[in-house]
Write a new protein. Structure first.
Length: 294
């Protein structure tokens, strides 16, 4: 994540530093305070600028790139290709993908969020309901997925919970900040009152679930969080944690256009159902249904 100092943010926004401090005091500019210093995430500033643009009546937003940004999922990636939708995928994690969608850089975002205080909560729905800048947005269900700990075949360290990972000093592969699996890990730690620095974390971070699997298979890590489908595909053992909703967010006008319509039609296909059964850990009962509209 690129962070600006106050001076850098002022230069980026072409404002005086004094004005930046005034906006911080008013709570009108995105920022965070770290060890007494105000810092400004560039991605948040870009999103703030894009969402506050005033357009003349009748002027529409420019078309977003034909990309589904956000969380990586093997079944969704396969569906994007097999549906002939013409849509690409950009695996940057749920929160980063959502930010890119809001900034108009992607036609849709794939998300699986987790609330810090309740891993069973529907955090996707809560997140979109809490935003007041999601005009003309619709959230479509793709699936429910089973998330869990990926471990070596036979689970040699006998890991069954986050406290086992801490006590046994199991090396845990991490996902990037804001990725759904990383949010789930933080929620598990919060529930068990375990600080993150008490885990034996492995660097560098793993961008996707298959990267977690590779780290475990190569012996670089003992455990990591990913889906049952990834575990099955890579011959690893799987310790279940939770079933989670995995959804797509898009603009209403884009929902009706050919690329996304091709993908959503494919959600109802027998081919997708067969592929999901092969991978394992998917529930497609509500695939293609509207979960939120604004």
């Amino acid at each position: 994540m690129q962070l600006f100092t106050t001076a850098e943010a002022a230069a980026y926004l072409r404002l005086k530093e004094r004005k930046i401090y005034e906006m911080v005091a008013e709570g009108t500019v995105p920022c965070t305070k770290v060890t007494g210093r105000w810092l400004f995430p560039k991605a948040e500033l870009d999103h703030w600028l894009a969402s506050s643009i005033s357009r003349p009546e009748g002027m529409t937003r420019p078309d977003a790139a034909p990309i589904v940004s956000g969380s990586h999922d093997p079944l969704l990636e396969w569906a994007l290709r097999e549906s002939n939708s013409g849509l690409a995928t950009l695996a940057v994690g749920s929160e980063a993908g959502f930010a890119r969608f809001m900034a108009g850089e992607a036609v849709a975002a794939a998300i699986h969020l987790h609330a810090l205080d309740d891993i069973e909560a529907d955090a996707n729905l809560a997140a979109v309901r809490s935003r007041n800048d999601l005009q003309d947005t619709v959230m479509i269900a793709f699936c429910r997925r089973e998330q869990g700990f990926l471990v070596a075949p036979g689970n040699p360290m006998k890991l069954s919970a986050i406290d086992d990972i801490r006590k046994k000093r199991a090396r845990i592969a991490m996902r990037p900040k804001g990725a759904g699996a990383q949010l789930l890990l933080l929620a598990l730690l919060h529930r068990s009152e375990i600080p993150l620095d008490q885990l034996a974390t492995v660097a560098p971070v793993c961008p996707t679930g298959p990267d977690i699997a590779q780290a475990v298979r190569a012996g670089r890590a003992d455990v990591g969080i990913a889906t049952r489908g990834v575990a099955n595909a890579t011959g690893l053992d799987f310790v279940p944690i939770v079933w989670e909703p995995f959804d797509l967010i898009m603009r209403q006008r884009d929902y009706f256009r050919p690329p996304l319509q091709a993908l959503l039609k494919f959600f109802q296909s027998q081919e997708l159902g067969a592929r999901a059964r092969e991978l394992g850990g998917y529930d497609l009962n509500n695939a293609g249904t509207v979960r939120f509209v604004n």
